[in-house]
Write a protein that binds this ligand. Structure first.
Ligand code: FE
Ligand code: FE
Ligand code: ZN
Length: 294
């Protein structure tokens, strides 16, 4: 069975229940959210009553809650330790996020490995591993390192870099990978032959480490290192390639999460894109339909 959903919001007053409600409106059977604003550290307490209500509905709807994902805020950067206070801030905030995931009963949290900002890739990688080892010693949540586009000094645009980080992580039971199709393509990987890329991944890291896939089209050509997401089928990756990834048998149990842009920055595309994916047929008029909301 296809496990598919999108990024959804998580708000102070509705929390997990609100996120779930939004996901259900899109016809999803999974979803991903930030536990607060991704770009700042303002966090309000988790309301257990809201979590319980949401989990009751999740059970009724036969949704596998272990496939619901949290994304760590992108202000966390473990790769640079030039300013020790900043590095420790990232580590501590990540610890807090893991606790929030635990409290919500979430199993997987996606994390951008980080940007070395001038320190060089090797130093960046050891810093990331150092940070991960500081947070992974006492948690029941698995951190999924996301494959990156290679914008600026981002680490993780090469599978070998992700492997190096994992190699340096002491407790490997709570570390995994999140593939992002836009990022893989922007990083220069040929995802049109996805099975061969999976073979490569399997040799370097191991397919069993993949616990989430971000399904996005890309505004830019293969190898552009730009990281600008596009709606499904409307970018340079294209519908057929994305569909093959989504329905790849080896990844059947892995949740697929859309992080495609709102149309005209206003209209969430997810209900329409998910429907189109389920129909397995590209609709060139989809964006117009989204704007008209019909
Ligand atoms: Fe991400
Ligand atoms: Fe992503
Ligand atoms: Zn991205």
């Amino acid at each position: 069975m296809l496990i598919i959903g999108s990024h959804v919001s998580f708000q102070k007053d509705s929390q997990l229940l609100g996120s779930l409600t939004e996901a259900l409106e899109y016809g999803s059977n999974t979803f991903m959210f930030y536990t607060g604003a991704p770009q700042n550290t303002g966090r309000y307490p988790i309301d257990d009553a809201l979590t319980e209500k949401a989990i009751t509905i999740i059970k009724e709807k036969k949704i596998d809650y272990s496939k619901v994902i949290v994304h760590a805020p992108y202000i966390i950067n473990l790769a640079n330790d030039t300013d020790e206070d900043k590095f420790l801030f990232s580590v501590n905030f990540l610890k807090e996020e893991l606790k929030r995931c635990s409290k919500l009963g979430i199993k997987y949290m996606v994390l951008h490995p980080g940007s070395h900002v001038g320190l060089g890739i090797e130093k960046g990688i050891t810093n990331i591993a150092k940070g991960l080892n500081m947070v992974l010693d006492n948690t029941d949540v698995t951190i999924l390192l996301e494959t990156m586009a290679g914008k600026g000094s981002e680490i993780g645009s090469k599978l070998e870099e992700i492997k190096e980080i994992i190699d340096l992580v002491e407790d490997k039971t709570h570390i995994g990978v999140c593939l992002d199709t836009c990022h893989l393509s922007d990083a220069g990987y040929d995802i049109s032959n996805f099975d061969s890329l999976l073979d490569t991944f399997n040799k370097i890291i191991g397919i069993d480490k993949i616990h989430c896939i971000h399904v996005n089209d890309s505004k830019n050509e293969n190898g552009s290192h730009k990281d600008r997401h596009e709606n499904i089928g409307f970018g340079k990756i294209g519908f057929d390639t994305l569909l093959k990834i989504i329905y790849n048998e080896r990844l059947e149990q892995v949740p697929k999460i859309l992080e495609t842009p709102y149309v005209e920055k206003k209209y969430p595309p997810y209900k329409y894109e998910i429907e189109m994916i389920r129909n397995k047929k590209f609709d060139e008029n989809l964006l117009d339909k989204i704007i008209k909301q019909d």
